[in-house]
Design a protein around this ligand. Structure first.
Ligand code: PHE
Length: 450
């Protein structure tokens, strides 16, 4: 029998960067702008920001806590903390959610690789947002090429996981984050100089409260969870790699701030450009991909800017796919550790890569599966997991341990901890239940009764 050993993050910075690396990715740069574009710009942004504070931050703390306390991945964490098998189903929901996300997430990472190669080959020269739409449509019709590009993402991710979490993830995240931020700020400055860009800023920052509907709230909530990588156990795995002395609250706060900053910067790049180029903001998943290359055409050092940005985007996507795949790898590794056929890290990586190829294939060859898994995970599975995890931590784990972790001596930390506890016990579960009831039409029915 081989002993399952939990690796650990060697430094505080490494932990924050790896968690931020998981959080910052296509969710921020690809999905956030298109969701905001479809849900009324400013109306979406404000709901999104509130969601990050009231739901995202506490959920991040909750997942890291489950991992840190149990020192297990999503597979063993619930059983270990509850001392029974009754919560084991949650591990399975986590794994299914992670698998469903891999399909569309790796596919879009494949798009990024295509754009990187196209940028290197100078294929965007002279292109406008309109001709970019044709380019995108052509890419979408070439299914095998799409599948091939996604395979690059699978190989890159599997490669990093093959060589152990610590070295791989930390090393990558340390270089990436500052570079990405600087590049995005330069792009914001450039697009704001375009004619007509102010309309985009207005669209993104002006809040029209009449546009906020229950659907906006559900979309913003799902987007906030996906963007922060919560609701599928990815951060349980990272929490398990935390050392005792590492602080959950501080890590979570920094990650939420960074993640939200990247999403807002993405909006500040995309929307001014969308209006300057006359693109429809509600265009959907292709929005970012038709607008970005056209932006580089307007920048000095067009070739270099394009190549550099798409390279950063690919790396940002890979640091996210790493944590996504790590959930499943750690699960298989831990689930088989005490059996007669333990699957070590390398074998698990190979098996998970094969599974992911299937989910990618389904998404690439069937567009409806792509759309369905994107919507179903963000709007149903992730909120459902969040509901279960908050009930688990808020109601079934000892309050004493929670306060021990988050602040037990009187003072600001203690009040923050108490506030966190109330949010996890009442606010998040109740709100998610109400949102689901509303989705089922029950809310309308209840209102009609009175
Ligand atoms: N948070 C990542 C992003 O915004 C997506 C992700 C979700 C990664 C869940 C890992 C786990 O791109």
């Amino acid at each position: 029998m081989t002993e399952h050993k939990t690796p650990s993050f060697s430094s505080k910075v490494g932990l924050i960067l790896a968690t931020a690396g998981s959080a910052v990715g296509l969710g921020n740069i690809w999905k956030f702008p298109y969701e905001a574009g479809q849900s009324g710009g400013g109306a979406f942004l404000i709901v999104y920001l509130i969601c990050c504070l009231l739901f995202g931050l506490p959920m991040l703390m909750t997942e890291l806590y489950i991992g840190k306390q149990s020192q297990k991945s999503a597979y063993g964490a619930f059983r270990k903390l509850s001392n029974n098998n009754r919560w084991q189903w949650m591990s399975w929901v986590c794994i299914i959610t992670a698998l469903l996300i891999t399909g569309f997430y790796f596919e879009v990472t494949g798009w990024c690789f295509h754009y990187l190669f196209a940028a290197i080959g100078n294929s965007f020269k002279g292109m406008t947002a309109v001709t970019m739409q044709t380019h995108f449509a052509q890419l979408m019709s070439n299914k095998w090429a799409l599948f091939g590009y996604s395979m690059i993402a699978v190989v890159a991710t599997a490669g990093v996981l093959w060589f152990d979490v610590n070295k791989g993830i930390e090393r990558l995240s340390k270089i990436l984050m500052p570079l990405l931020l600087v590049m995005m700020i330069l792009m914001v400055i450039r697009v704001l100089m375009l004619d007509g860009s102010h309309k985009g800023l207005e669209f993104f920052f002006k809040v029209d409260f009449s546009k906020i509907t229950p659907n906006t709230v559900l979309a913003a909530l799902g987007q906030c969870f996906l963007s922060l990588s919560v609701g599928l156990g990815a951060l349980i795995t990272y929490g398990a790699y935390m050392q005792k002395s590492q602080n959950i609250t501080a890590t979570s706060l920094q990650v939420v701030i960074l993640d939200t900053a990247v999403a807002v910067l993405a909006g500040m790049i995309i929307f001014p450009a969308v209006f300057a180029f006359g693109v429809n903001p509600a265009e959907g998943p292709q929005l970012v991909f038709v607008v970005l290359p056209a932006i580089f055409e307007k920048m000095s050092f067009a070739w270099l800017s394009g190549v550099f940005f798409f390279l950063l985007l690919c790396i940002a996507a890979i640091t996210s796919t790493i944590s996504l795949m790590e959930v499943i790898v750690a699960f298989i590794n831990e689930a088989t550790a005490k059996t007669r056929h333990p699957l070590n890290r390398h074998k698990s990586v190979i098996i998970v890569s094969a599974m992911i190829m299937l989910t990618i294939g389904a998404c690439v060859f069937r567009e409806e599966i792509f759309n369905w898994s994107d919507d179903f995970t963000a709007n149903i599975l992730i909120p459902l997991n969040a509901l279960a995890m908050t009930i688990f931590v808020g109601w079934f784990l000892p309050k004493k341990d929670l306060l021990e972790e988050f602040g037990k001596e009187k003072g600001f930390k203690h009040y923050f901890a108490l506030c966190y506890l109330q949010i996890v016990r009442y606010f998040i579960p109740l709100t998610i239940v109400i949102i689901f009831l509303n989705g089922l039409g029950l809310w309308d029915a209840i209102q009609k009764l009175f």
